[in-house]
Structure formats: structure tokens, C-alpha cells
Design a protein around this ligand. Structure first.
Ligand code: HAM
Length: 419
């Protein structure tokens, strides 16, 4: 038997109501903040991600699903949306119609990471990108929106972490400072961190290795070496979060795994999901549009992992969805009435009632069991003495009450079933 690919999973009918509920909450909150949905292709030219996310990142270096198509073009299944959204923004001149473009998405993503609880190779993100304004109020809006979504899903054990990576000039100066600090410790760093020392020294903060963490723990912090503008913007974000009653922590090591960030970065973690605690990550990326060939355009955004959020919701039992129901199950008492049942089913379905009946020649008892399994609100019996007398029996499954309705009074039947 052919099995599903490692790190992928089926979202089965029993899971769908929870996904739909989450999507409804997400779409409502994005609508409240006036974000418009965008859908981009599942694959893009590889160069977009290499240039957008950064050659030195784990995503580009190790995790992308890259392949050549028959015309020898290198293509990649999207590992994240920000680069794709910016590509679309530039290619379709979205900024020509309005100076600030606010977009949201819900989409599958692909990263060849080592699968574990909360980490998949195909996973789903929802997220938002606001392109066209340098205002720190928009950075705060990203956190307010994400926090509100998680709260609306009933989640409790959340930690909002924020940091500022400053302007590119600040960062370059700081990198020199950090390199100076680490220079005579370099030989004690892990192999990965020694490589990062040369390619992107900030990412040493991301190292999971304890000896690296020990070496870097007293290093100078970028947050203490910010330029005036970044400092001021960071203050505005903090102020806004306080005003919206969103508790937060400043985490100077929050450098994030993608290279495009400037100034604000943030993550929202949950203590309810184990090792993969980050539910949401985002921040400002004022240089990405330029790096991908556009005019200098400030932007900010975030993305959230849906599987992780649903796992947190499940572990916290943060919401319940009501069991799936159908409006009516038609029970055939006489086998010769099979086509009458089917015809009635068609009529009722046209009235937007959800209807089902037996296609497997099962007994009345088995049909009744099926109606119960489907949580039918009503059961309609077709056949027997009532039918001979021109009647059909309707049973209300909530209180087991029964009434007879004349078989030719379809309108009366419909009104009853819509109650
Ligand atoms: P990211 O931190 O790479 O950021 O991903 C955002 C979220 O996606 C993570 O916090 C996590 O919940 C989820 N996620 C990432 N990888 C996996 C995985 N392998 N399995 C399950 N869930 C995963 C970005 O993607 C940026 N594009 C966010 C952004 C938008 N920054 C600015 N705009």
C-alpha cells in the first residue's frame, strides 16, 4: 500500500469542523482590521526565496523542496508567504492603486524539516502583510491582530516576545561589536555557529546548543545599541501593547530565522504545545521589497502555524465545535419505495436542507442506527400503514415527538423540517 509522505498528514472529515472554525475566526478578525485576502501559486522560481529569505538561512540552505521542471527551470514549493506576496505586489503593481496594501492569506507551506509534534513538511499558515508604511502602529497592529485571534480561539498560556533588530546600519555596527566579543571564543563555538560567525553572526543567538548559549549569554545586546529611530519606534510598539492590555516580554535574542527583518520582530509562544512552542512569528521587513527589485517600500507582517495553534487549542480544550448534524434522514420502510425516497431527497436538498438516506438496502433498524450516527435532527419514515393512508411520519429526534404530514403536502413538510 502506498503511504502518505513523511511529515504530511491528511486533514480528515472529523478534523474539518475545527479547521473551519479557526478559519472563520481568522477571516473575521482580518476583516475587522480591513485586510484583503490574497492567494498565490504553490510554487515559485527558486531565486525568489533564495534572494528574499536569504541564502544563509536554514530554510534556503536546508529545507526547501526544490526541483527542476521539464524546461529546466528551478522551482520551489513555497516555504513561506512573505516573499510570494511581495513578488505579487511588485508584479501586479498593487501599490499603484493604494499607498498602503493590507493583505492576508491562509495557505499550505512546505519545508523539509525533521518532523516532530507540531512540525511538519507540509503545514499551513495564516498571516498578514502590510506593505507601504513605516509606522510602528502597524507593527503593533500585527501583534494586536495575532493576539486577538489566539484569544478568540480561547488560548491562555501565551507569551508575546518582542525585540528590535534596528536599521541595517545599526545592525552592521552591532555585528562588528558582536564579532569582536566572540573573536577569542570562536574556537569553542559549535561548528554551525563558527560558520555563522562568518556568514551571519546574529544567528548564533538561534543556536540550540548549550555551550553556544553559554558563550553568548553575556554578549552585548543589539537592543542596547539601537539607533534613535529604531528606539523611538520600539517605544511606540511597547506603548501600544500596554494600551491594548497585551502582556509582553523583551527578548534580545529574538533574531528570527529569516534574513529580511529590520526593526521590530516578535513571536507568540504557547506553553501548551511542547518543544515547537512558536505559534506565530513576524516583524518588519523594510528592505525586502527593494531586494526583490522594487522601490524602497517599508512593510511589516506575521505568519501563524495552524497545526500548532490547533494542537494548543486541543491541549487546552479551548473551544468545542458542535457535532456535525444533518437536517433529516429519510427512512425507507418498503423497499419498493426506493425511488420515491430518492426523489423526495432531491426536492428537499433543493430547499437547502441537508438530507441523506440509505443506498445499501439496509433494514429499517439499520437505517435508524445510521440516522442516529449522523445526528439527524429529524427522521422521516416513508412506507408502512401511514404511507398507505397518504401520510408520512416525521420524528423530531430532540424530543422523540412524532407527527404525520400528508405525503402530498411538501410545503408543510419543508416548513416542519426547517424549524
Ligand atoms: P516563520 O517563523 O518561519 O515565519 O513561520 C511562522 C510560523 O509558522 C511559526 O511560528 C510556526 O507556527 C509555523 N511553522 C513554521 N515551520 C513549521 C513547520 N515545519 N511545521 C509546522 N508549523 C510551522 C514566517 O514564515 C514569516 N513569513 C512570517 C512573516 C510574515 N514575517 C513577516 N511577515
Amino acid at each position: 500500500m502506498i503511504k502518505s509522505v513523511t511529515g504530511t498528514k491528511d486533514i480528515l472529515p472529523a478534523d474539518i469542523p475545527r479547521w473551519k472554525y479557526l478559519e472563520k475566526v481568522v477571516e473575521q478578525i482580518f476583516a475587522n482590521f480591513n485586510y484583503k485576502e490574497i492567494r498565490t501559486p504553490v510554487f515559485e522560481e527558486t531565486a525568489l526565496f533564495a534572494r528574499g529569505i536569504g541564502e544563509e538561512t536554514d530554510i534556503v540552505g536546508k529545507e526547501m523542496y526544490t526541483f527542476r521542471d521539464k524546461s529546466d527551470t528551478s522551482l520551489t514549493l513555497k516555504p513561506e508567504m512573505t516573499a510570494s506576496v511581495v513578488r505579487s505586489f511588485l508584479e501586479r503593481s498593487l501599490g499603484a492603486q493604494q499607498p498602503l496594501v493590507k493583505l492576508f492569506y491562509i495557505s499550505p507551506m512546505f519545508r523539509q524539516e525533521r518532523p516532530q509534534a507540531g512540525r511538519f513538511r507540509q503545514f499551513h499558515q495564516f498571516g498578514a502583510e502590510a506593505i507601504g508604511s513605516p509606522s510602528p502602529l502597524l507593527d503593533a497592529e500585527m501583534i494586536q491582530m495575532s493576539y486577538e485571534i489566539l484569544k478568540s480561539l480561547g488560548l491562555k498560556n501565551l507569551t508575546v516576545k518582542i525585540n528590535s533588530l534596528g536599521t541595517p546600519e545599526t545592525r552592521e555596527n552591532y555585528k562588528k561589536l558582536l564579532k569582536g566579543y566572540l573573536k577569542n571564543k570562536k574556537s569553542n563555538l559549535s561548528q554551525d555557529s563558527r560558520r555563522r560567525f562568518d556568514t551571519n553572526v546574529l544567528r548564533i543567538f538561534d543556536s540550540k546548543i548549550e555551550s553556544d548559549q553559554e558563550l553568548i549569554k553575556d554578549a552585548p545586546k543589539l537592543i542596547d545599541h539601537l539607533d534613535e529611530e529604531s528606539k523611538k519606534d520600539f517605544e511606540v510598539v511597547k506603548e501600544q501593547l500596554k494600551k491594548s492590555n497585551i502582556p509582553f516580554q523583551i527578548d534580545p535574542a529574538l533574531v528570527r530565522g529569516l534574513d529580511y527583518y529590520t526593526k521590530l520582530t516578535f513571536e507568540i509562544d504557547s506553553s501548551s504545545v511542547g518543544a515547537q512552542a512558536a505559534l506565530i512569528g513576524g516583524g518588519r521587513y523594510d528592505l525586502l521589497i527593494e531586494n526583490l527589485g522594487g522601490k524602497p517600500t517599508p512593510a511589516t507582517g506575521f505568519a501563524a502555524g495552524i497545526e500548532r495553534i490547533l494542537l494548543a487549542c486541543e491541549n487546552e480544550k479551548s473551544f468545542t465545535v458542535s457535532d456535525a448534524t444533518i437536517d433529516v434522514y429519510l427512512i425507507r420502510i418498503d423497499d419498493k419505495l426506493e425511488s420515491v425516497v430518492s426523489e423526495l431527497g432531491v426536492k428537499l436538498r433543493k430547499e437547502n436542507l441537508s438530507v441523506d438516506f440509505d443506498y445499501l438496502q439496509r433494514s429499517v433498524k439499520a437505517q435508524m442506527r445510521e440516522a442516529n450516527k449522523m445526528n439527524a435532527r429529524y427522521v422521516l419514515f416513508i412506507g408502512g400503514d401511514e404511507y398507505k393512508d397518504g401520510m408520512m411520519k416525521v420524528k423530531d429526534m430532540s424530543d422523540s415527538s412524532e407527527i404525520n404530514i400528508p405525503s402530498d403536502e411538501i410545503q408543510e413538510l419543508i416548513s416542519k423540517l426547517k424549524q
